[in-house]
Every structure is written in C-alpha cells, then in structure tokens.
Design a protein around this ligand. Structure first.
Ligand code: UD1
Ligand code: UDP
Length: 362
C-alpha cells in the first residue's frame, strides 16, 4: 500500500503530522508532496521539523497569484508526479487550493482519492474554501468526516453512505498528542513575557476579512480598543501583514502585540493560556475549545457550528460589535461540558486502518 499525501498550507501540515504517525505505525508507505503554497519557514518548515514529520519527497514551489493560476500550475505538476509514482491512494486534507489541485490532478488517474475533513460546509459560495471542499467531496472515493453534521451534510447531498467514514477530527488527535509535548517544550509564554498578564489571542487571515478594506479597518479598530485595557497578542499571517501594509496600518503606533507566525507547540500554549481567543481561523476555533478557552469567531458563518450551539464559541456577524462582545465574553463564566463532538482522539488511527483495508479496485 503506497499513499501519496498532497498538502501545501499550514493547517494541513498539522493534520498530516498526526495522521503520518498513524500510517507509519501500521507500516503504510507514505510519500509527501508539498505544493509550496505556504513557503516561509514559520509557515512551513517549522511544522515538519517540530512535529517530527518526514520531509516532503517533492516540493513544487508553487505559491501566490490568482486562484486559477495557482491551482492550474499545481494540477499540471501534481499530475506528472502521480503518474510517475502510481500510488494506491491520494490523501488530501481540508479545503485549500492545494486540496483541489490534488483532487483534479488525481481524478482521471487510476488511484483512490481519500479526503480528510470531508463534509464541512459554510454554504457560502463566496469562500474559495467552500468551492474547494465541495468539488473535492464530489470526486473523492473515501470521505473521512469529523462530525455528525459533516456526515449528514454529505448524505443530504446524495453521497452514498458506503463512501463516508465518520472518524472524528484529526485536529483533536493533534491537539491531544502535541498538547502534552507543548507543555514540556514550549517557552513562548516566558519569552513573550505573558506569564503574569491576562491576554487575548487573536488571529485573522481569511480572504473575506483581509480583502475587504472596510472589514479589515473595523476588525483592527476594535482590536486596538481592546488593546487599551488587555493585551492582544497576534501571530500575524503573511496575507494579513500584506493587507495591513496596503491600507497604511501604523504598526509603530499600534497597541496590539504583533508576533511572527509561531510553531504549533507555541500556538497550543498561547491558546491554552489566553483568556479569550478572537479568530477567523477554522482550526483555531476548535483548538480554543480543546484548550478550554472561549472564542469569538469573526465570521458570518462557520463550519464548526457545534461549538456555537453549545454556547462555548460565539459568531460575530456584525464586526462593529467586536469589542463589546469580547468584553462580555471575558466577563462571563460558563461551564465547559465535556462532550465527544470531535470523536475520541483516534481519528488518525481509524484513517490509517481504513486505508490499509482499501481494496484497490478502481
Ligand atoms: C490558505 C487557504 C485558506 C487557509 C490558509 C491557512 C486557499 C484558497 N486558502 O489561505 O483556506 O485557511 O491557507 O493559513 O487555499 N504568503 C507568504 N508566505 C507564506 C504563505 C503565504 O508570503 O508562507 C502570502 C502569499 O504569497 C499570498 C498570501 O500570503 O500572497 C496568501 O497565501 P495563500 O496561500 O494564497 O492563501 P492563504 O490566505 O494563506
Ligand atoms: N497556527 C500555528 N501558528 C500560528 C497560527 C496558527 O501553528 O501562528 C496553527 C493553529 O494552531 C491551527 C492551524 O495553524 O492548528 C490553523 O491554521 P490557519 O489558521 O492558518 O488556517 P485555517 O485553520 O483557518 O484553515
């Protein structure tokens, strides 16, 4: 059994790191193809190094440009490698352009396609991620879903149940496993002098926020308001850095504590120690819950609705409410009920077992 993992963006390195360990444990031969979509050391290499992942067998070095340019170049280059390597299965994660390129490149070649984090929907066709995951789910042969809702979304779209395997969320597995490592190894709290401070952890990078000047201004105006009374720490995504520079944001005057993107172990420690998280990230919304820190989601909708339903996270459709909502959440005590929304922490093992049992009859 030979699996070719195709990835390219930060959250995919984290998801793949935990699944790779499970594949290795049962002797599945995995090759890794990195598209190059994320390329800065702190957006890419750091995850392979710190999470004990083997280095990519291929790196296509394709990044930037428009969606069509980026995806198109990736499809062409991935197809060549799939033809040469002839894997039994292509393993894809999430909803980035690298995911879609992998799907399309492999779809006309005799290989199985497996999609981890299948079935998520925001039902907003304005999100590039929604297009990427809907198309991937249409084409993939094996759909590994993280939640009941994701499974039901696929069934409602007419996907045959035999294709769906609800395994739980690999990000939960990753947070459990690497959370222990982070407690022992991460020094971020000390290094950033956060041990005695109450702070909000904030991340912003989604196109719907960064590419809309009005929204970007609103978000950062409100974060500045919050930063006058509590520290606001923001590991700054390169996309947001570029967008802020483009609107002439005054980094010198800002009260927000900007730091470079951090490794996963440091991120888990920041999430665990923060008093509140404000984010538009998919992964960080759930990690907030895994780490027992409430989260204000600065988006109009989310794929992770379970956390909104249990009242632990809150959605913020109206950005002009950001600072008010954040302060109200900081002052509100709520009890975290233990649930198994995201499975039992063994999603990666279930994925590995299922791939081992694949019948290669495509
Ligand atoms: C991508 C995903 C998004 C995911 C995010 C994770 C798509 C359509 N979007 O968005 O779903 O949430 O990754 O972080 O695939 N850049 C750098 N250095 C890097 C990485 C990016 O400078 O290491 C720059 C790029 O050159 C580009 C911009 O940041 O100008 C955006 O990068 P891109 O990979 O296109 O999209 P993301 O916003 O990162
Ligand atoms: N993350 C990280 N360092 C950072 C910011 C985020 O390691 O500086 C991790 C975070 O813990 C989560 C993942 O990156 O596991 C989320 O990625 P991102 O927010 O870029 O993308 P999304 O989940 O929205 O697709």
């Amino acid at each position: 059994m030979k699996v070719l993992t195709i990835l390219g963006a930060r959250p995919q390195f984290i998801k793949a790191a935990i699944v790779s360990k499970a594949l290795e444990k049962i002797g599945i031969d995995e090759m890794i193809l990195h598209t190059g979509q994320h390329f800065d050391a702190n957006m890419s290499t750091i995850f392979f190094d710190q999470l004990g992942m083997k280095q990519p067998d291929y790196n296509l070095g394709i990044s930037g440009g428009t969606h069509g340019y980026q995806t198109g170049k990736m499809i062409e280059a991935i197809e060549k490698i799939v033809l040469e390597e002839a894997p039994d299965c292509i393993l894809l994660y999430g909803d980035t352009n690298s995911t879609l390129a992998g799907t399309i490149a492999a779809s006309k070649i005799k290989t199985k396609i497996a999609h981890v984090e299948a079935g998520l929907r925001s039902y907003s066709r304005y999100m590039p991620e929604e297009i990427n995951r809907v198309l991937t789910d249409r084409i993939a042969d094996i759909l590994f879903t993280p939640t009941d809702l994701a499974t039901n979304n696929l069934l409602a779209e007419g996907v045959i149940p035999e294709k769906i395997l609800q395994v739980g969320d690999v990000m939960y597995d990753a947070a459990l496993f690497f959370g222990e490592v982070a407690i022992k190894k991460s020094e971020i709290i000390k290094l950033e002098n956060l041990s005695t401070e109450k702070f909000i952890l904030a991340t912003v990078h989604r196109a719907e926020n960064t590419d809309n000047k009005e929204k970007l201004h609103l978000i950062f105006n409100h974060l500045e308001i919050l930063a006058t009374s509590i520290s606001v720490v923001m590991p700054l995504h390169p996309r947001t850095n570029n967008a802020l520079k483009a609107i002439g944001f005054d980094f010198e005057k800002s009260k927000i504590k900007f730091i470079s993107p951090v490794g996963y172990l440091d991120m888990l420690m920041l999430e665990r120690t923060a008093k509140l998280i404000i984010t538009d990230s998919g992964g960080v919304q759930k990690e907030a819950y895994f780490n027992g820190t409430r989260c204000l989601v600065i988006r109009e909708e989310t794929e992770w609705v379970e956390l909104i339903e249990i009242g632990f996270n809150k959605l913020l459709p109206d950005l002009s409410d950001l600072s008010r909502m954040a302060i109200s959440m900081l002052n509100e005590e709520i009890e975290l009920k233990s649930t198994e929304i995201y499975g039992s922490g063994d999603a990666s093992h279930k994925i590995a077992d299922s791939l081992r049992n694949l019948t290669l009859d495509k």
